[in-house]
Ligand binder design. Structure first.
Ligand SMILES: Nc1ncnc2c1ncn2[C@@H]1O[C@H](COP(=O)(O)OP(=O)(O)OP(=O)(O)O)[C@@H](O)[C@H]1O
Length: 324
């Protein structure tokens, strides 16, 4: 990969879950997560609820401070080598809840113009930019600019949130379930908008979703998370056609699909993930894995290279090259 535009290095985030001293409990939300993003690519992030997708996203955009590990933008460590303010304009985030993301007392044009003004752009210029951006995301600025968040539909609000992110001229946008709350037809329109914007502006996306069909559609590479760890990461094409982690295989088998090959796979994903306060030893997935064998319950699997740019942390791949 060329110099990554954004990279996560051994990110760890544990949340306090009560108790004191030796009895203190923590939720292991993100445990040693590393990945890189090439400029212009879209990395999809999937996994069941609670596996650490949103926490990873928040760590990546520095809305949360990691317990350990770091984030680098174009090789520079955010904080010591790159001021947070510059980083924030380069890496933006769009959330699932389009309403909560907008100030209810601000008109839509002001909401979009606000960011550039905070970064020193004159009001007149910021307003001009906001008009252009509203127009670009499919909202007529004369019709929608003066409206408030409650006067818009969910899809329209999400368009404003995208315009608001674009107002910073970012290079990366982290989309955390950004289309998940929308009706299917609106979701498709917003996805198309996102793909057009990516092409026009050379944007890099991190696209988090529980919908594997949508992720397949938009992503160049996909990262599969399980209980705070990366189970598998690789090109979307090979990961979907030949998954190399039983968890990925099970997720794909559980996915509503028209593909007859998928329907015949025998890897049901039974029950819920174990409690992240006390994850299973060895491979965290072994308690639900259809292929678990000897080492799985005792040894943490290391990452193995299973194809070009394709890595999986599963003992079944022990004969392939280890990734440091
Ligand atoms: N602020 C917090 N305090 C305590 N626990 C938290 C906090 N935020 C997240 N968690 C826990 O961390 C784990 C990972 O949560 P996270 O929201 O990152 O997962 P997720 O994969 O995004 O899930 P979902 O798809 O449901 O949004 C979960 O067990 C969650 O309950």
């Amino acid at each position: 990969m060329s110099t990554p535009i954004l990279s996560a290095h051994s990110l760890v985030k544990h949340f306090n879950a009560g108790g004191f001293g030796a009895a203190r409990k923590v939720v292991r939300a993100v445990d040693d997560v590393s990945f890189e993003l090439a400029p212009g690519e879209t990395l999809g992030v999937v996994g069941e609820s609670g596996c650490g997708k949103s926490t990873t996203a928040r760590l990546l955009v520095q809305l949360l401070t990691p317990d350990s590990g770091s984030v680098r933008y174009e090789g520079k460590m955010v904080g010591p080598e790159l001021p947070l303010k510059s980083f924030r304009s380069k890496v933006q985030m769009v959330f699932q809840d389009s309403f909560a993301s907008l100030n209810p007392r601000m008109t839509m044009i002001d909401a979009v113009a606000f960011g550039p003004m905070v970064h020193g752009v004159s009001r007149a210029e910021a307003m001009r930019k906001a008009q252009d951006l509203l127009d670009r995301v499919g909202l007529d600025p004369t019709r929608f600019g003066g409206r408030y968040a409650h006067e818009l539909s969910g899809g329209q609000r999400q368009r404003v949130n995208i315009a608001r992110a674009l107002a910073f001229d970012p290079r990366v946008i982290v989309l955390d379930e950004a289309v998940s709350a929308l009706d299917k037809s609106v979701e498709a329109q917003v996805l198309n908008l996102l793909m057009d914007l990516r092409r026009e502006r050379g944007l890099t996306y991190v696209f988090i979703s529980h919908d594997l069909n949508v992720v397949r559609h938009i992503s160049d590479r996909v990262m599969v998370m399980y209980l705070g760890e990366v189970a598998e990461i690789g090109p979307a094409e090979s990961l979907y056609s030949a998954p190399r982690h039983p968890y990925t295989e099970a997720l794909l088998a559980a996915m509503p699909s028209l593909d007859p090959d998928r329907r015949t796979m025998e890897a049901p994903l039974a029950g819920d993930p174990p409690n992240p306060i006390d994850p299973p030893p060895g491979c965290r997935f072994h308690t639900r894995c259809a292929h678990a064998f000897g080492p799985c319950s005792a040894q943490v699997p290391v990452s193995h290279r299973v194809g070009t740019g394709h890595v999986a942390a599963c003992h079944l791949n022990a004969k392939t090259e280890e990734v440091a």
